[in-house]
Structures are given as structure tokens and as C-alpha cells.
Design a binder for this molecule. Structure first.
Ligand code: HXC
Length: 265
């Protein structure tokens, strides 16, 4: 029955790493309204209970795709206003990822297309396997990116390449994606990808969680804003770091030539 259907998004906590899995492999993990709602729920849960976590991995189940886009079958009959609501739904999930005071690593193994690439772009950075492909194919459907592709893709790869990709819909393989800065690390296979991402969370977890969260707040807030605004955001974040016990501990530990004992406060 419907009520017993497996969840389309799963959250597992493994030590200080949370793994969020989009689990709809028969549709290449396409972002149906149900998947977007489930992602929003999981992100709300992480925001309410970040306790002890150092980072989040976002993965797609099934080994063929991270996410092959928004669910095309769910869009066929939408009115223009309903289409806009779909875009707003995806944007709300992207905003929730950016608002989470934890690094979120998109772990891409397979297709990251359309809304799938946009979801990955809302994460802090993208790790990918050699089998991965990236693109914004919306123009093939008479659509344009609607989950932030026109906003975040140019910030990451530059406006000219973003235009080329969005106008042609062509896919980047992982080599090109890494060369243009879309993918920050490449891995042979899924196992190596997840191990590498966990290792990065481990490295992040050695630092003051307060500082990592503040850095994310400033970086996300500053994206696309004028230098003067970005500068003020950085100064405010720097001020807030001085409000933390972690900052007192980190500086004292350095001066006392010992390891810091951060508490996340
Ligand atoms: C719904 C999808 C889907 C999608 C794949 N499937 N992508 N269903 N929405 N975005 C389904 C297929 O219908 C098929 O279901 C199953 O997944 C396997 O896909 P195949 O096409 O059979 O696999 P393959 O031939 O290997 O091709 C893989 C692919 C292709 C190249 C990724 O599936 C593809 O081009 N998908 C669409 C990619 C796309 O256009 N994304 C952008 C969507 S628009 P059945 O039932 O037949 O097995 C978008 C806009 C975002 O994202 C903003 C919205 C506001």
C-alpha cells in the first residue's frame, strides 16, 4: 500500500557524518514533488538536530544517477503558475541546504542533470566519480533551469561557460567538469567517492564547528553581492567568531602549544 512505500529520501547518521540518500533509482532519482518534500523534511531535521555532526553527504541511490533532473512526468500538465510553484519548491530546498550551518558535499556518481545539477550546485562543493555527467538540458524540453541553474552555475564556472551549457544543453564529462571548477575532486568509483567525502568531513570535523558554520554563512551570504556588502558580512561573521567559546579555546590552545578541544559552542 501507499502508506508502506519506502521513503524516497533516507537520512543515516554515521559518527559525525550524515548521509542523505535520494532513493528513487527507477526514475534516476528525479526530483518529484514528493522527493522535494522529503528532502525539505530531512534538512529541517538536520537543522533542528545538528548535534555533533561535522558534515553532510548528499548522494543518489542506484549507481546510475545522482539526480537526472526535476521529474518531467510531473511537469507535463502544469499551468504557468504551477510551473513557477515547482521552481519555488526546488529553490526552497536549495535555500535550506545553504542555510544549514554544516558543509554539504554533493557526491555525484552518474548523471547530475537539470534540477540534479542545480541541487548539487546548492551544496558547498561537488565530488564525483569518473562515470559522472553534468548538464542543464532544460532547453531540449522547451524549459529553462528553474532550481537555481542560471544563478549558481555562472558563479561556479563563469558566465560565458554557463551560457554555453544552458543554451546547448550539452553534457560535461567529469574531466571537463573538474577542469572548469565544477567538480573539486574526482574518484575512480562510488566506494572511493564516499570514502573521500567522509575523509573531508573528518578533516572539517577537527576544526571549530562554530567557525565552519560562520564561514559558510558568510560565503553563502556574500555570493553575488557587491564587494562592500560582502565585506560587511565578513566583518559581522568575524565579530560573531569572537562570541564563541571555540575561538577562545582555539587561540588559547595555539598559544599554549597544545591541541584545541572544541565544543561547538
Ligand atoms: C522523470 C526520468 C527523468 C526525469 C529519467 N527518468 N530522467 N523521469 N524525470 N528527469 C526516467 C526515464 O523516464 C526512465 O523511466 C528511467 O528514468 C531511466 O531513464 P532512461 O531514459 O531509460 O535511461 P537512459 O536511456 O540511460 O538515459 C539517461 C538520461 C535520460 C540521459 C539521464 O533519462 C534523460 O535524458 N533524462 C532526462 C534528463 C533531463 O532532461 N533533465 C532535466 C529535467 S528538467 P522508464 O519508466 O521509462 O524506465 C529540470 C528542470 C529543473 O530538471 C527546474 C524545474 C522547475
Amino acid at each position: 500500500s501507499e502508506g508502506l512505500a519506502a521513503p524516497v529520501v533516507r537520512l543515516e547518521r554515521d559518527g559525525r557524518t550524515a548521509v542523505v540518500t535520494i532513493d528513487r533509482p527507477k526514475a534516476l532519482n528525479a526530483l518529484s514533488p514528493e522527493v522535494l518534500d522529503a528532502l525539505a523534511d530531512v534538512l529541517a531535521e538536520l537543522a533542528a538536530e545538528p548535534g555533533g555532526l561535522a558534515g553532510v553527504l548528499l548522494v543518489g541511490a542506484g549507481g546510475r544517477a545522482f539526480v537526472a533532473g526535476a521529474d518531467i512526468s510531473a511537469m507535463a500538465e502544469l499551468t504557468p503558475d504551477e510551473g513557477a510553484q515547482t521552481a519555488e519548491h526546488g529553490h526552497a530546498v536549495a535555500a535550506a541546504i545553504e542555510a544549514l550551518p554544516l558543509p554539504v558535499i554533493a557526491c555525484v556518481d552518474g548523471y547530475a542533470l537539470g534540477g540534479g545539477l542545480e541541487l548539487a550546485l546548492a551544496c558547498d562543493f561537488i565530488y564525483a566519480t569518473e562515470a559522472s555527467h553534468f548538464g542543464q538540458p532544460e532547453v531540449h524540453l522547451g524549459l529553462i533551469p528553474g532550481f537555481g541553474g542560471t544563478v549558481r552555475l555562472p558563479r561556479v564556472v563563469g558566465p560565458a561557460l554557463a551560457k554555453e551549457l544552458i543554451y546547448t544543453g550539452r553534457q560535461l564529462d567529469v574531466e571537463e567538469a573538474a577542469r572548469v571548477g565544477l567538480v573539486t575532486r574526482r574518484f575512480d568509483d562510488r566506494e572511493a567517492l564516499l570514502a573521500g567525502a567522509r575523509e573531508t568531513v573528518e578533516l572539517i570535523g577537527r576544526n571549530a564547528a562554530t567557525a565552519v558554520g560562520l564561514a559558510k554563512r558568510v560565503l553563502v551570504g556574500a555570493a553575488g553581492t557587491p564587494t562592500a556588502t560582502a565585506t560587511l558580512l565578513e566583518i559581522e561573521g568575524f565579530r560573531d567568531a569572537f562570541r564563541t567559546e571555540d575561538m577562545r579555546e582555539g587561540v588559547a590552545a595555539f598559544l599554549e602549544k597544545r591541541d584545541p578541544d572544541f565544543t561547538g559552542r
